[in-house]
Design a binder for this molecule. Structure first.
Ligand SMILES: *Cc1c(COP(=O)(O)O)cnc(C)c1O
Length: 409
């Protein structure tokens, strides 16, 4: 890879681009968020209560689910879902090795065993056609992960669910508002698990999570499990967790939910601009852009590119950081190779696509407030790093048709 640090041939200014800018987002919504926070302080009811119930109603409506149950984190949402389905020691749960750690740790936390299947090299989603071969007499559930904001291919999983009597728990932590065949993430299985970690598309002021379901029996059980398995005051029918959503989080999330679709459109427009810029700079032979399934709504929690054509990911990453372009790697170590999962007995080479992705991917800034010149700076920085920026590449001029709709300030 070229180490060229020469000036841009057109004197195009390279702007620093942060990976995320939550301060910028806060500035847009400071007044309503601070009103919501004040409302909670005025009432001094900090755990569950009306704020949480109302957020749960709003979230259920947003996801088209019958019920939504707030809890302390996305990780706990997964744990609670597994507990509510009585999945535990002796059981197996099939999932992806290329995801955030919590997808698999939740399975271990309830005493069950994660069983991995490899991913598709284009979408990074679980290879659903490999799931059936992983089903054993002990398999109880499948956790498809809607990674980076794109839904897993659910239809084959529905068929397996019926055929083998398996529960489907969606890890929708990165996918609020994503759709598959016109239906939203969170209602594509028996339960959907969401995270409101600050960098998720709907991020709180700390940790938070929720579970969506159409099954009212399951919802009741989850509500009980999140408060110590309490069936009446100081009466415990089973041992649960302390995993409640705070009223402050709920108040902030309720406020931010009103902006979510606008922010998601901003992310989708930014993705579209990236697609055009990668093409404009002729980077197709060394960068693979995200592949979006036809007709589905990808919500771009991450915009993950793959470095191909012999270029080294880590070298590009270093160059990007040296040029003040924020980048991250999700995820550098596939879960089957994590030390804590050694006892599962997986070997290096067992999931070649997950391992290759871990070595080749970079997530670029995609937050909604990015400007056109920032997006251009990101792509020109990549083009320069891979030696593709030459005098034939003037900055992209946007025709009025290709310019994304102006977003409201
Ligand atoms: C964020 C995330 C989680 C965990 O959510 P927390 O709220 O951080 O506990 C689980 N799975 C995936 C895919 C995530 O991105």
């Amino acid at each position: 890879m070229s180490k060229l640090k020469a000036a841009d041939p057109h004197g195009f200014p390279f702007e620093p681009v942060p990976f995320v800018d939550l301060v910028g987002q806060f500035r847009q919504i400071e007044a309503p968020v601070m009103d919501a926070v004040r409302r909670v302080f005025e009432q001094q009811a900090f755990v569950l209560g009306d704020e949480v119930s109302e957020f749960e109603c709003d979230l259920a409506e947003y996801c088209d689910s019958r019920d939504a149950i707030g809890c302390a984190s996305g990780t706990d949402a997964l744990v609670l879902a597994l507990m509510a389905m009585d999945i535990g020691p002796g059981d197996e749960v099939i999932t992806s090795p290329f995801t955030f750690f919590a997808t698999a740790s939740a399975i271990c936390r309830v005493g069950a065993k994660p069983v991995f299947v490899d991913i598709d090299p284009n979408s990074y989603l679980m290879r659903v056609d490999q799931v059936e071969a992983a089903v054993t007499g002990k398999t109880r559930a499948i956790i498809p992960v809607h990674l980076f904001g794109q839904c897993a291919d659910m239809k084959p999983l529905w068929q397996l669910s019926v055929k083998h009597g398996l529960a489907i728990i969606e890890d929708a932590c990165q996918a609020i508002g994503a759709t598959y065949k016109g239906r939203r993430a969170g209602v594509l299985g028996h339960v959907g698990c969401f995270s409101f970690f600050p960098t998720k598309n709907l991020g709180g002021a700390g940790d938070g999570g929720a579970i969506t379901t159409d099954d009212s029996e399951l919802a009741r059980r989850i509500r009980r499990l999140r408060v110590h398995g309490e069936s009446g005051q100081y009466q415990h029918s089973e041992v649960g967790l302390n995993s409640r959503l705070d009223a402050l989080q709920a108040a902030v999330l309720r406020t931010k939910l009103g902006y979510l679709d606008e922010w998601t459109e901003g992310r989708r427009e930014n993705a579209q601009r990236y697609f055009e810029l990668f093409e404009h700079y002729g980077l197709e032979d060394c960068i693979q852009v995200p592949i979006v399934a036809e007709g589905e709504r990808h919500i771009f929690n991450q915009f993950t590119i793959r470095v191909t054509g012999g270029h080294q990911r880590d070298e590009l990453l270093q160059e990007m950081r040296a040029n003040n372009v924020g980048c991250s790697v999700y995820y550098p170590v596939p879960l089957h190779l994590q030390d804590c999962f050694k006892s599962l007995g997986y070997q290096q080479g067992e999931f070649p696509e997950a391992e290759a992705a871990a070595n080749n991917v970079i997530a670029l800034p995609i937050f909604p407030e990015l400007s056109g010149s920032q997006l251009e700076s990101v792509v020109r920085t990549i083009a320069r790093c891979v030696g593709h920026l030459n005098t034939s590449h003037s900055p992209k001029t946007w025709s009025s048709e290709s310019l994304p709709l102006q977003r409201a300030a």
